[in-house]
Design a protein around this ligand. Structure first.
Ligand SMILES: C[N+](C)(C)CCCC[C@H](N)C(=O)O
Ligand SMILES: O=C(O)CCC(=O)C(=O)O
Ligand SMILES: [Fe+2]
Length: 410
């Protein structure tokens, strides 16, 4: 057996950037032992196990392996819950014996506990397999590319009776951030029934299922005939509503078309043109606020976060919080940064306002739209006459859960 010195290839501060840039975090200097099987080769290195399977090496940390033991004592395979107390694992643990048998890696730990992992499960869950993948695959669009994609709307009858129709609908929704169901009876009840095929409804201060018209029943400008610039809703919640559903039950008048803009498409343009502006929008905290003091409603909501929210490990965008109406006082940002933030915000706004990025649709009775409120902005033309919209917000986790149940990546 050879001795090996493990040296960190990187300083602690460089770890995160290495994760982002997919660099190896450690250097493996010498081989400790090797064994082989028909379908896999394994090498026990000082700090991790190297598994060569399916043509490429994968590296598994020993504590990770013990923690992910799939035996009944360590893990409940019907609920996917861990039985093992991770804090009981010796952080310098190493297996006494490692072999490959019948497509499984078999490890015997000090004390005699045996862990078995199928090689395909290991490959599926290796860092090497997953490091390039995005959490949520998407197709970013502008008006032209969305129209050219010719995405069919789901149809009420099959949507209510056929799971495949819901699955296709959800796949489109995940990829584009918008999806339609047509031929829905123009009632609140039918709209509710449609949403319940995919999710739970998120009750908010606006109610569960809401129905609104330009009657100023609430202070918000949505309850008027005014045009509304593109925005995301409930930016003043710490967790903005995941999905917005609209169904126009009636409109006797002119105007009132719905505007849709893919916020991620615009933000990616900013990222390409001026990474420093993208970074400001992703870091500077902005508060949004909603205050209502009427006889029937007393609310004071706030949510703080950057306009662009990205996962820190891969810079993938997952939430855009953009609502110029509901943006609150900026008072926790120094003045020089404020100026730079306004420049960045202007660039994003210019991208969001490019006519070629605007998808206009006239919502008519029967057409229900689902909008990813973490990604796609909505707005509307001013209008005349009686216009009645109903809809609701959905809980994001439940929509995504439905999608996963259908086998979709969400
Ligand atoms: C959809 N519904 C009419 C119920 C509420 C409208 C909320 C509008 C608010 N300015 C926001 O952007 O969150
Ligand atoms: O009236 C509309 O079409 C949409 C208004 C709006 O932005 C909202 O209700 O969130
Ligand atoms: Fe809105």
């Amino acid at each position: 057996m050879l001795h090996r010195i493990l040296r960190p290839a990187l300083k602690q501060a460089q770890l995160l950037s290495a994760i982002k840039n997919k660099q190896p975090l450690w250097r493996h200097e010498t081989l400790v032992s090797a064994s082989s099987a028909c379908d896999a080769t394994i090498r026990s290195l000082e700090d991790c196990l190297e598994v060569n399977y399916g043509g490429a090496p994968m590296w598994f940390d020993y504590v990770w392996l013990r923690d992910h033991c799939r035996s009944d004592a360590s893990y409940n395979s019907s609920t996917n819950q861990r039985n093992l107390d991770t804090a009981s694992i010796d952080l310098s643990i190493r297996p006494d014996n490692t072999t490959v048998q019948d497509g499984h890696l078999v490890l015997t730990w000090p004390g005699g506990h045996v862990s078995k992992y199928s090689l395909s499960w290991l490959a599926e869950n290796s860092y090497e397999k997953n490091k390039q993948s995005t959490i949520q695959p998407r197709i970013l669009w502008n008006s032209d590319t969305y129209k050219k994609a010719n995405i069919p709307s789901a149809k009420w009858k099959s949507f209510m009776s056929c799971d495949d129709e819901v699955k296709n609908f959800l796949q489109n929704y995940l990829l584009y951030g918008i999806a339609f169901v047509d031929d829905v009876p123009a009632t609140v009840e039918a709209t509710e029934a449609v949403t319940q095929r995919v999710s739970l409804i998120r009750e908010t201060t606006y109610g569960r299922m809401w129905c609104f018209t330009s009657d100023f029943s609430r202070g918000d400008s949505a309850y008027s005939q005014l045009g509304l610039d593109r925005h995301t809703d409930t930016s003043y919640f710490q967790e903005p509503c995941g999905i917005q559903v609209f169904h126009c039950l009636k409109h006797e008048g002119t105007g009132g078309r719905t505007l849709l803009v893919d916020g991620f498409y615009a933000a990616e343009k900013v990222r390409q043109q001026s990474p420093e502006n993208f970074e400001l929008l992703a870091k500077v905290p902005i508060r949004h606020e909603y205050i209502e003091k009427s006889e029937n409603h007393r609310n004071h909501m706030t949510g703080i976060g950057p306009v662009l929210n990205v996962y820190p490990w891969n810079d993938e965008m997952y939430l855009i919080r953009y609502n110029n109406y509901d943006r609150s006082v900026i008072n926790i940002v120094p003045h020089d940064l404020v100026r730079r933030w306004y420049v960045a915000h202007r660039e994003l706004t210019n991208e969001l306002r490019r006519p070629e990025n605007e998808l206009w649709v006239k919502l008519t009775p029967g057409k229900v739209i689902f909008i990813d409120n973490w990604r796609v902005m909505h707005g509307r033309d001013s209008f005349t006459g009686l216009r009645q919209l109903c809809g609701c917000y959905l809980t994001r986790d439940d929509v995504l859960s439905s999608a996963r149940v259908f086998g979709l990546q969400a």
